[in-house]
Design a protein around this ligand. Structure first.
Ligand code: ATP
Ligand code: MG
Length: 504
């Protein structure tokens, strides 16, 4: 008797996980993916709802024997039947006794598995490392096993030794734990060692076995003391929970401008900035570095508590994956998520017309910009944010899109229109001179080469980031701030979209 049903979309992702771009082996049975999906769903605090009860298209079905090992004989090799364990887990999670209600148990199991499959489908793409993805999805933030972590953690003696190897004598004063890095504040008795430290950072990283991940230095206000941010191994990272965005939005309610929350700085303090001040933004990083999740954090920040009268978002997404989810929200600019070049062109031209129209209105009311006009109570127009997912893709199809973008970048700020451009290819062709000089806000996620970091930030550094939402943000101030991006889940996105639609 089948107990868990899937639909055709679920089956596609199950097969992808088992293909060479996922586990890279076809030795595993399909129900293994269902187990992973269950684990993924159980990491989400809210309960899965009835949308997962009835598969919309024909998929497949699985028995409890496959999924939870029910009825399998346990042998010396290990526990094969863990059905009772799963019933216990779900009972605790849902705070009901599922041992006495088999039907309800199967229903909830199905909901969790299908929600987990949706999470995997929408947040993993076959071009990204599946094992790294699993680690992040299933294990991030789990309390460390102390004996194991102490073995793998960097000892102060080891650090001191490694510093000596690059000619730096240092006293370790303090260690502060961030979500992904440990900050060591070190005292350098001899000032000349400061140069050796700066020059020797790569060697130090090499000596500590950090692979491509780099050490960042952080000035302090104490004499002769400098901070070293040394990354921990991935299994000891703590995830930055995306649902924090909702409480952040509550806290900053009614703040003027367009505040957006991206995550936390390396020591765990919330990081947000005003997009209206930026006033335009480039987000760039290699594939899998976390651009799309950063875009979602930004979009969700803009949506919180704002009605269509406050904000409109124009979505342009040639890949038609990430942004099409926002189709139909009341805060959407125009009536489609632009996908084709022609649609994007039309949207940009409409935006230029809107910019010119707004300029005329401002002239009429005698104000120099939108916020001045709004504070006089003379003109109340929504701010518009134009989000482009994958700029390079668009340009490779038509270079003609550049001219209207440059025009908007040059002149749209005062009328409350802001650009957010994301790209996988931060090169001089995509981010050309005119765009560069008119888009001052920059976010660099991990890139492959120092030269790419130069293009985004005018300095190197982004090639040493950790990936997975680790970023250098350069807005308003001159020096970039290192931020660990929040992990926005599909549930966070769905929740915001549902709320936006309900409010209308
Ligand atoms: N803030 C984050 N915290 C933890 N993990 C993250 C974070 N951001 C991204 N990741 C991990 O990296 C994966 C890729 O993220 P994302 O899809 O945003 O990358 P991308 O830069 O848009 O990639 P592509 O260029 O291929 O579209 C995610 O599925 C997740 O596993
Ligand atoms: Mg992406």
């Amino acid at each position: 008797m089948p107990d868990v049903y899937t639909d055709s979309e679920d089956e596609v992702i199950i097969n992808q996980v088992l293909s060479p771009s996922g586990f890279d082996t076809n030795k595993h049975p399909k129900y293994l993916v269902l187990r992973l999906a269950l684990a993924r769903s159980l990491r989400i605090a809210s309960h899965p709802d009835e949308e997962f009860d009835f598969p919309k298209s024909k998929g497949s079905n699985y028995s409890l024997e496959q999924v939870t090992g029910k009825g399998r004989a346990n042998d010396d090799a290990g526990l094969l039947d863990f059905d009772d364990a799963i019933i216990s887990l779900l009972s605790v999670y849902h705070e009901i006794d599922l041992f006495s209600d088999q039907k309800q148990y199967e229903k909830l199991l199905q909901r969790h598995i299908r929600r987990g499959l949706r999470e995997i489908r929408t947040s993993w793409s076959t071009s990204h490392d599946f094992i790294a993805f699993l680690q992040e999805e299933l294990f991030a933030g789990i309390k460390e096993n102390s004996s194991e972590s102490s073995k793998s953690k960097l000892g102060t003696e080891q650090l001191q030794k490694a510093l000596l190897e690059i000619g730096v004598q240092a006293e370790i004063k303090e260690k502060i734990q961030g979500a992904r890095i440990d900050r060591y504040n070190i005292f350098l008795p001899q000032v000349s060692h400061f140069d050796s430290l700066r020059r020797g950072l790569d060697k130090l990283a090499f000596s500590l076995g950090l692979g491509n991940e780099g050490i960042f230095i952080q000035p302090t206000e104490e004499p002769k003391v400098i901070g070293l941010d040394i990354p921990r191994k991935r299994q000891f990272w703590q995830s930055i929970d995306g649902s924090r965005l909702f409480s952040w939005a509550e806290e900053i309610k009614k703040q003027a401008g367009l505040p957006v929350w991206l995550g936390q700085d390396v020591l765990g303090r919330d990081f947000s900035f005003d997009l209206a001040e930026a006033p335009h933004l480039l987000i760039a990083g290699t594939t899998g570095s976390g651009k799309s999740i950063t875009l979602h954090a930004l979009i969700l920040s803009l949506l919180q508590g704002r009605s269509p009268g406050d904000i409109k978002i124009a979505f342009i997404d040639p890949k038609l994956v990430e942004l099409s989810r926002y189709q139909g929200i009341p805060q959407q600019y125009g009536d489609c998520v632009a996908h084709l070049v022609t649609e994007a062109m039309q949207m940009l031209q409409e935006l230029i017309a809107e910019m010119e129209h707004r300029n005329e209105l401002l002239e009429k009311v005698g104000a120099s910009n939108l916020s001045e006009a709004a504070s006089n109570g003379r003109l109340n127009l929504p701010k518009i944010v134009v989000v482009i997912e994958e700029l390079a893709d668009l340009f490779s199809q038509s270079r003609e899109l550049e001219a209207p973008l440059v025009r908007l970048a040059q002149k749209a700020r005062s009328v409350g229109i802001h650009l957010v451009l994301a790209t996988q290819r931060p090169d001089a062709v995509t981010f050309s001179g005119l765009l560069r000089s008119n888009i001052p806000g920059r976010i660099a996620l991990r890139v492959q080469k120092g030269s790419e970091s130069q293009i985004i930030l005018d300095e190197t550094g982004a090639e040493k980031l950790l990936g997975a939402g680790d970023m250098l943000v350069k807005v308003a101030t001159n020096s970039p701030v290192r931020i660990h991006g929040a992990y926005i889940t599909q549930d966070d996105i769905k929740k915001s979209i549902r709320y936006a639609k309900e409010r209308g």
